[in-house]
Design a protein around this ligand. Sequence first.
Ligand SMILES: O=C(O)[C@H](O)[C@@H](O)[C@H](O)[C@H](O)COP(=O)(O)O
Length: 239
Amino acid sequence: MTHADTPAPPIEHCFEDRDALAADLARTVTSTLLDGLSRAPRATLAVSGGSTPVPFFRALGTGDLPWARIDVTLADERWVAPDHDDSNERLVRETLLGGDAAGAGFIPLKTSAPSPEAGARECEERLRGLPWPLDAVILGMGSDGHTASLFPHAPALATALDPDCGSLCIPVTPETAPHARMSLTLPALLNTHRLILHITGADKWDVYQQALAGDDAFAMPVRAVLHQRHTPVHVYWAP
Ligand SMILES: O=C(O)[C@H](O)[C@@H](O)[C@H](O)[C@H](O)COP(=O)(O)O
């Protein structure tokens, strides 16, 4: 691999504490969305679920943004009802979109179909209706190295990680996590003006270092995000 072929290392942003990270990340995403609105009538943000992003969601949701011109969608979703405790849609509606940001558009991945396989066509059509590239994509990471719902050794992973995958979303049934899911594919996750991996805690830093040190994306799918040349990835971390 020549120097020109070598992926650039992630750009790391490390903070003393999680509140400082959340505030800085909210400022960065606010600025990114405003940049997008200077170029187009609407801006689009894709976020992940889990516990890590909640302080960031609350900080962003109180930001001074023209939320009526902003659309929010998800990097992945568990195939559960929108009022289920495990629903990412519910998490985002209650934390990010609960206050000043209530006027934002929200594009859910969950459809009324009984399975992600049955709902894939409608979900794909919803996503194709968005203006790509997205303005920002916020990813998390599990301790097994999954990101979005791209889980290690999942049956759909080869397709989801294929740079030539023509789909924006793909059903995933993880072997090591509950619920069937819908995930954005790697090409969709990378098709953004600002790509951010948001992790906290010493354990997640160790997992991140392990991901950087290896190249088997089937063992740690977050490697497909870290070791690519398409989109610079910013890693936000606090203890
Ligand atoms: O639907 C999901 O579960 C998320 O999209 C997932 O990819 C999440 O980002 C990681 O599992 C980290 O979750 P925590 O922030 O709770 O550690």
